[in-house]
Structures are given as structure tokens and as C-alpha cells.
Design a binder for this molecule. Structure first.
Ligand SMILES: CC(C)(COP(=O)(O)OP(=O)(O)OC[C@H]1O[C@@H](n2cnc3c(N)ncnc32)[C@H](O)[C@@H]1OP(=O)(O)O)[C@@H](O)C(=O)NCCC(=O)NCCS
Length: 252
């Protein structure tokens, strides 16, 4: 996931403040195209990190981080990439210490929800993702973004994507998952993952993958409880130097 972020950052000229970003999405695209053209003119065989031909539509063969140019335009491309949503809203009651929590799970609906999603996820990150990263995932796969609400406050969320990997596998990818500290161990994380997986399955996914820090016991336990297995160790994957584990769940 850090990989996605750094590659997206790589094509962003400078760290733009969020209130400029909507207006700047076209300039980012333009900058990419220009950079691509420049590489072509220079005869560069190796394109800079994350930059691919604007005309190619192949998916990453290396890892989830490779982002094709058309995907970077997620603010302006509104093509439906994940059409089946088995359930869009559900309320589940959980009891802890004699207190009942009514948690409502709902699919992402509008950009108005983005600030609360970002706030929640950023709390647990040492280095915040840019708004481009959120928009890349959420605008392309809104039905793979679920929120958990308690009294209308966002206390959990999951952000995913679903696309073709190595031209044959329909692969779901869990990019972000976070639950507010006050609401942990109420199965909110598990429920969010289950909901996203259900949507992926309904959209013919073959498998789902994610990366998590090797030290992140709560996440590892959560995913392993759901049947994910440790597929690969990615050394020094995160900017803080920590290794990642790639976890995978096969549907067929
Ligand atoms: C990981 C995280 C999403 C779990 O959310 P949650 O709602 O508390 O998880 P759940 O209540 O569904 O817990 C499911 C299982 O995970 C494990 N788990 C959850 N929290 C744990 C903890 N603090 N220590 C050990 N295991 C834990 C348990 O096995 C738990 O099952 P159990 O309650 O039957 O024992 C949450 O801790 C979080 O937001 N962490 C910070 C962000 C993060 O690490 N995201 C994942 C990145 S991939």
C-alpha cells in the first residue's frame, strides 16, 4: 500500500493542500502525460516509478502499487468497476460490558464522507496518504468502500479495489482498514472485511490480497480468523523499514 502511495506521490508535482486537489486533478494527469511523452522523446526504456503508457491498459505484474495512468484520473472517470452490491446498509447490535452498540454498516455514498474516512485512517498511519490515494480507490470502486457508523459518527472503514491481475486473475485488494480505538474488539473490523469480501465475490473475484506490517498482531489475527494465509514476506516494505506480510484468500 505504501507502494501505491509513493508511486502516486511520484507523479504529483508537489504536495498540494487538499482544498486545491479537485481542481488540480487535471493538471496531475497532464503532468503525467507530459512526463510520459518526455520519456518517450528521450528514448528512456525504463519509465519512472508508477508511470505507464497512457495507452496501455495492462495491470500490474509486480505488485498492487503499479498504477496505470488511466486509473490516476479517477476523479474524472466515473466508469462502474464493481457493479454488484449484495447489501448496502445494515445495522448490527453488539454488547460489551453491558453496553449495547448499534453499528450501522453502509456503503460509501458521497465525497462528503471522505474527510471522516481520511481522519479515521490517518490516525493509525505514521505517514498520511494523500487525498489522491483515497480518491483513486474510492472513486473507482465506491462499492468496495464500507463505513461503520455509531450514532452517525464514522468509527470504522474499509477501502478496497478489484481488478485483473496478470491478465488472468480477478483480484480483490484491501487497501485500508481501520477501526476507531474506542470501538475495537467489537467485530467491526471483521464485519467490514466480510462485507467487502462479499461484494468482491459477487463480482467474480478469484482471490483477495492485502499487506500488513509483520508486527500488526490484531490485523494478522483478524485476517487469519477469516481464512487468509501468509503468502509472501516483503522485506522493508514500509517507509519505517518494517517488513510486510502479504495475506491471501483464495475463492477458487
Ligand atoms: C486491526 C483492526 C482493524 C481490528 O479491528 P477490530 O474491529 O478491533 O477487530 P475485531 O473486533 O473484528 O477483531 C477480530 C479478531 O482480531 C483479533 N484482534 C483484534 N484486536 C486485537 C488485539 N488488540 N490483539 C490481538 N488480537 C486482536 C482477535 O483475534 C479478534 O477476534 P476475537 O475478538 O474473537 O479475539 C484495528 O485494530 C485497527 O484499526 N488497527 C489499526 C489499523 C490497522 O492496523 N489496520 C489494518 C491494516 S491491514
Amino acid at each position: 500500500m505504501e507502494e501505491v502511495e509513493s508511486k502516486l506521490q511520484n507523479v504529483v508535482i508537489s504536495d498540494v493542500k487538499s482544498n486545491h486537489i479537485v481542481d488540480n486533478s487535471h493538471s496531475v494527469l497532464k503532468a503525467n502525460k507530459e512526463k510520459f511523452r518526455e520519456c518517450q522523446e528521450n528514448g528512456d526504456e525504463q519509465l519512472p516509478n508508477g508511470l505507464q503508457s497512457p495507452t496501455t491498459h495492462q495491470t500490474s505484474t509486480e505488485n498492487e502499487g503499479s498504477t496505470e495512468l488511466s486509473e490516476l484520473s479517477s476523479d474524472i472517470v466515473t466508469e462502474e468497476k464493481c457493479s454488484e452490491t449484495p447489501e448496502s446498509c445494515e445495522t448490527i447490535e453488539v454488547v460489551r460490558d453491558n453496553k449495547t452498540f448499534r453499528i450501522t454498516y453502509k456503503v460509501y455514498e458521497s465525497e462528503l464522507e471522505l474527510p471522516s474516512i481520511m481522519k479515521l485512517i490517518q490516525k493509525d498511519l505514521s505517514e498520511p496518504y494523500s487525498i489522491y490515494t483515497y480518491r483513486y480507490f474510492i472513486n473507482n470502486w465506491p462499492k468496495l468502500c464500507y463505513l461503520a457508523l455509531y450514532e452517525n459518527k464514522c468509527v470504522g472503514c474499509i477501502v478496497c479495489k478489484l481488478d485483473i491481475h496478470r491478465q488472468i486473475t480477478k483480484r480483490g485488494y484491501i487497501a485500508m482498514l481501520a477501526v476507531d480505538k474506542e470501538f475495537r474488539k467489537l467485530k467491526i473490523g471483521t464485519t467490514l472485511v466480510q462485507k467487502a469480501i462479499r461484494v468482491m465475490r459477487a463480482n467474480q473475484a478469484d482471490e483477495v490480497v492485502l499487506e500488513t506490517e509483520i508486527t500488526n498482531q490484531p490485523a494478522l489475527k483478524l485476517y487469519e480468523n477469516l481464512g487468509f494465509v501468509r503468502d509472501k514476506r516483503l522485506f522493508h516494505y514500509y517507509l519505517n523499514g518494517v517488513d510486510a506480510l502479504r495475506l491471501k484468500l483464495w475463492f477458487r
